[in-house]
Design a protein around this ligand. Structure first.
Ligand code: AMP
Ligand code: FES
Ligand code: ZN
Ligand code: ZN
Length: 307
């Protein structure tokens, strides 16, 4: 039997079993906006005085996040990175078109576009083929390029907060992977808010408590056009395998994913799990070429990609 909205009795567009909450096409997007505001405050992500750069990929999560932050009245501009990924489906071209289309409908926010091919001469697939780091795994090169460029643009243009669209499914898959391998240094850094440190903008994930189906439903009911295709290189990624496993758990036990992640945050906060490690001072110095802090002896890993 179709469910009814808890607030008004109209047909529900989503039933969130972990919250025992079904909502209609009006009350659900309003709930997402309210909850996002609540998480921003609860986790002290940013205030109305901060200048926020939202990294938008053209996917549902980051466009939905930008949409919510604009509605809430934050100073939130967008950054799109053109990664030069075509692979026969025009992936980068199509995702860029989605972002530009969204930006055109929201003239109160600015969109910055960095085309990696134009700026550095090669796209992710070529760099991956050429470098040892990228052999067989463009995602590793891509992650490095994205992190470096997001931080560079934020700092050069005076944004003190960098926001990404990571959702709970993303975060839980990474947490699960890091736990299975007991990657202590990664676990220490896994948090929805990473404070600003010299050379690095603050990093926040305001959607980290929403399930992927919730951000997708939000984009749908808000009429946000986004790219449905996943990046062609993500096929077969281990995180996708973990997402499937976790979804099986969730089906048997609604709320299992949220519980796993929130318990991790509580253990960090209340028991100090992994936090000592985080406070250890790393031996950072500015990269001689780009100036971003690095632990590498010479050029940073990003600059070495282009040598
Ligand atoms: P992904 O690593 O593809 O799962 O993306 C995680 C988050 O990184 C997205 O929600 C965006 O906020 C950001 N992001 C990914 N790709 C891009 C891109 N090409 N340009 C700007 N931001 C991106
Ligand atoms: Fe970077 Fe797929 S988005 S390799
Ligand atoms: Zn309703
Ligand atoms: Zn560098």
């Amino acid at each position: 039997m179709p469910r009814k909205c808890r607030k008004c009795g109209q047909p529900a567009v989503i039933n969130m079993r972990q919250h025992k909450l079904a909502l209609c096409k009006n009350h659900f997007p309003a709930w997402i906006v309210e909850q996002t505001e609540r998480f921003i405050k609860k986790y002290k992500m940013f205030t109305y005085d901060d200048r926020i750069l939202v990294a938008v990929s053209g996917g549902k999560d980051s466009l939905a996040l930008w949409d919510v932050l604009i509605q809430l009245g934050y100073q939130a501009d967008g950054l799109y990175l053109g990664l030069g990924i075509d692979e026969g489906i025009g992936y980068s071209a199509e995702s860029r078109a989605m972002v530009e289309d969204f930006a055109a409908k929201h003239p109160q926010a600015r969109l910055h576009i960095i085309d990696i091919v134009q700026t550095y001469g090669q796209g992710i697939p070529e760099v991956a083929r050429r470098t040892r780091r990228g052999k067989g795994k463009p995602c590793s090169v891509c992650g490095l390029v994205k992190r470096h460029e997001m931080n560079r643009v934020a700092r050069e243009l005076g944004y003190n907060v960098l926001a990404t669209g990571h959702n709970l499914d993303d975060e839980v898959a990474v947490l699960f992977q890091n736990t299975l391998n007991w990657q202590v240094e990664y676990l220490a850094r896994q948090h929805p808010v990473l404070p600003e440190t010299p050379g690095f903008a603050r990093k926040v994930k305001p959607f980290f408590r929403f399930y992927e189906r919730e951000t997708a439903t939000y984009a749908l009911v808000r009429g946000i056009d986004y790219i449905y295709e996943e990046c062609p290189f993500s096929v077969g990624a281990t995180t996708i395998y973990y997402k499937e496993l976790l979804n099986q758990m969730e089906a048997d036990k609604p709320g299992a994913k949220l519980h796993f992640y929130l318990s991790f945050l509580r253990a960090r906060e209340k028991e100090g799990l992994f936090t000592q490690r985080q406070e250890e001072k790393l031996d950072l110095h500015p990269c001689p070429k780009c100036g971003q802090p690095t632990t590498a002896p010479g050029l940073c890993a990003f600059c070495r990609l282009w040598e």
